[in-house]
Ligand binder design. Structure first.
Ligand code: CTP
Ligand code: MG
Length: 228
């Protein structure tokens, strides 16, 4: 089933501390965001890629897209102050297909086999996210005093892509903006409207590159894959 994908890529990478957008750092000699783009470029069911970018990264990104023969970028929108604003800016440009994915450009290890179950679930239920069962025990605390140990068997670490019917994503973002609501992912904007979001099992390799040690994990994943 066809889909389009929105890739928010307009962050600052502050926690990575590289002095520039972490997406332009290389792992395995290829920039992070190019790894991500290649997955969608090579998927025949992806009909268009919508990027949200910082104006100061635009020239470098355009050069890299050309160099790595990425041809499916249908539009580049300007990023916003927060990730949510970047996604909404890019979502306004996406139209046509019935299902749209939102995927962090900072998650380069997404694999194609995970995409179709997600797209199908979103088409049937309205919205779906990839997630993996939590490995750690999670506790709530008031300051440094524990108040509750959460039941791990019903906790999930949510990833991207998150998939939506196009109308559902646009409506959720419009309403969030209207209400001044800022969420840390797109599904939460749909959930707050009382709409169902289903979980599709993701992969523990599908990490988001956030802090410097994630680069070591990323190099290890690349090495593992090159041996398969
Ligand atoms: N992102 C975006 N627009 C923003 C903030 C983030 O498009 N205003 C994108 C990032 O480029 C990344 C994804 O959203 O692909 C997930 O965000 P995150 O991991 O937080 O990246 P950064 O915001 O760049 O990192 P930091 O929060 O450490 O500054
Ligand atoms: Mg951020």
């Amino acid at each position: 089933m066809n889909y389009q994908v929105i890739l928010p890529a307009a962050g600052q990478g502050k926690r990575m501390g590289a002095g520039k957008n972490k997406l332009l750092l290389e792992i395995g000699n290829v920039p992070v965001f190019i790894h991500t783009l290649r997955v969608f470029e090579s998927d025949p069911e992806c009909t268009g890629i919508y990027l949200a970018i910082n104006p100061q990264d635009e020239e470098e990104i355009r050069i890299l897209l050309k160099e790595h023969q990425i041809t499916k970028v249908a539009a580049m929108a300007e990023g916003g102050q927060e990730r949510q604003h970047s996604v909404y800016n890019a979502a306004k440009a996406a139209s046509g297909e019935q299902v749209v994915l939102v995927h962090d450009a900072a998650r380069p290890f997404i694999t194609r086999d995970l995409l179709q179950p997600l797209v199908k679930a979103a088409w049937e239920k309205g919205a779906a996210v990839l997630a993996v069962p939590l490995k750690d025990t999670v506790k709530k605390a008031d300051g440094n005093l524990i108040t509750e140990t959460l039941e791990r068997s019903c906790l999930w670490a949510v990833q991207t892509p998150q998939a939506f019917r196009v109308s559902s994503l646009l409506e959720a973002h419009r309403k969030a903006e209207e209400d001044g609501f800022l969420g840390t992912d797109d599904a939460s904007l749909v959930e707050r409207l009382g709409n169902e979001v289903v979980i599709v099992q993701g992969s523990y390799d599908n990490i988001k590159l956030t802090t410097p040690e994630d680069i070591y994990f990323a190099e290890a994943i690349i090495k593992k894959r090159s041996h398969i």
